[in-house]
Design a protein around this ligand. Sequence first.
Ligand SMILES: C[S@@+](CC[C@H](N)C(=O)[O-])C[C@H]1O[C@@H](n2cnc3c(N)ncnc32)[C@H](O)[C@@H]1O
Length: 709
Amino acid sequence: MGRRAKNKQGDVKPLPGSIPDKSSTSRRQQAKKKKAPSTPNDQKKFKAQKGSLGRKPLPAHRRKKVDEVDEDDSDLDEALQPGELSEDEEETVKVKSVKKGKKPASSDEESEERSGPVKQLEFSDSEGEDEDLNDDGESLPLGQHAFDLDEAPSDEDDEELGDEFDLGSDEDDEMLDNEFDEDDEEDAEVDSAFASEDEDTEMAPAAEEDEDEDEDNIQTNLEDDLEETYTLPAVDRGGEEEEIEHGTSLREVEQRMRWLVGVCLGKDDKMSKGVPGKSRSDHLLQLQHDIATYFGYNTFLVGKLMKLFPADEALAFFESNESPRPVTIRANTLRTRRRDLAQALINRGVTLEPIGKWSKVGLQVFESQVPIGATPEYLAGHYMLQAASSFLPVIALSPQPNERVLDMASAPGGKTTYISALLQNTGIIFANDSNKLRTKSLTANIHRMGCKNVIVSNYDAREFPKVIGGFDRVLLDAPCSGTGVISKDASVKVNKTERDFQLLAHLQKQLILCAIDSVNPNSATGGYVVYSTCSVTVDENESVVDYALRKRPNVKLVETGLEFGVEGFKSFEGKNFNPSVSLTRRFYPHKHNMDGFFVAKFKVEKRKKGGKAAAAAAEEEEEQKPTMKLNDEGMVVEEEVGDVSRFEDEEDQALIEESKRKALKKKGIKVSSKPVASKVNTKDEKDTSNGQIKVPKSKKMTEKRRSKA
Ligand SMILES: C[S@@+](CC[C@H](N)C(=O)[O-])C[C@H]1O[C@@H](n2cnc3c(N)ncnc32)[C@H](O)[C@@H]1O
């Protein structure tokens, strides 16, 4: 039953465009009723949830620390999820509210009114287990269930499944009876929720963005802190990093952080002007340090991300990274219809509803009494566990039946299998990934989902179109820093340096040119490239797109067809991009309740004569920069300047020797001579399960490019 253990979801807000209809609300209410706490432990958790008073939770990594200060470090605190407060914290909040003259919450109803409905999901009984991955190969945050089984279930899994789906026991029969009694009612609900299923278009009208609402959601607590007097210790230290100033509690850092947001915005006359004699940039520097301290980032990354937003929105972005995004699945139209899938899962005790008008195949899972990654429907390939944001590049790509499509970096296949479904198993997809290990889960997913039009390959995508070209459409879902998915992989908070961003951007620029060159500009139906990342940095997005436009005069940006998301930056830090970059789309966790994502769509036209000179000039600048690649083991390898398409026999030989030596050592055979290459692969050098690249600070190596063989 281990798979059920972590089935817990924090922030279950609706996704953009989802219109809560009566039926879905009633399903959620039913689920809530069903989940009334029964065991003492459940009751404790339930109480903790109800105690959430709308105050922002401590970041996950800090909660324990503060609990220590609060003395009572109980089991309950360990069980807390983002958004919950421990009983101690609950008490503290109440006391503080009274002190500030606010009316304390006198009943559960009042608490709920202030915090919004409690939508915390508890998927079942707990047990520790290894890190889990979803269908995107992304690691799920601690405490969140791994729904995905990339590979066929092991014997152990079978046993587990046997347990879970053994309907022979009285208890199970009773449960089934109850559920089937409700079938008619649920059918009616499904019918209404899925009424629009048979519409022709993939995209329904735009998901409406309520900007005002977004602004309301940004909590700053500014007025509360007007009278407080603050100092700017980071400025006094000359901007040098320090864990946390001596004698300062995390609560104080939090309060100052919110006060600084007000000072930095400087919109409101009533707002404090800040510390006398200190500039706005001093206050921004302190804010950067406080955000880093409070949420556990390195200050470099906070500084980089802060530049994307006004201060209040920046804080909302960092806060949103502390809770998981909604669990979503994609119905596989090669095997089923969404309404049939929904009905089947509802019958198993899953609470779900359509993801939003913008997708006809997505379902948001609110609660489940069975492990979503191991239902018979899952194993039969009726759905993919897939983040909502991961639908977007495929919707933008909009592949048409019978086309030839290249998915350049495709493992573990969330997008490939979606493309295959949109092609209705016609045409052909070349699903490539440079990481051999990851192509295994890609292949497993392709088989599970019944995709018969896919060929898997294992090249460095920079070798396209030499490997094969002439595609109608190309998807480049590029390897990236993962700054959009920090809620899934918190290691990004501390393991990225400026150098990593430079190397990644360079790799992305190389890849995007290969993507463009792999397209057939004469394609009768297509001629498109979609570029996407799960990163929010401009270096990896608009800069890459702008470079491609400069480098390939035969391409232009076109509408993505995604009617929500915010426009890409037309300029950033004094650098102006091609104005058409506004056609690209950005997605943010705090705005869209999705992973941070970027999508751009290009139309590739025939090359004009004379275009080559401009292209060469733009390329020259880029070619002088060092490059990186991932080797077969997912290890980041920095290449030397000018070394991209050259290899030297002598050095290559040394590397071959080195690898032979390692292989012998693994077998326990002693090897005496020193390795030529300076590094061996270690755990933290592997790329993360979601394809983001971890570049360990001190462990980068320079290695000459290996033989293609
Ligand atoms: C964001 S993930 C792709 C996720 C995938 N598109 C999906 O939807 O399941 C990026 C992928 O790029 C791969 N990759 C990294 N460098 C590459 C390269 N030079 N050529 C091809 N693939 C590469 C990684 O192995 C990783 O699987």
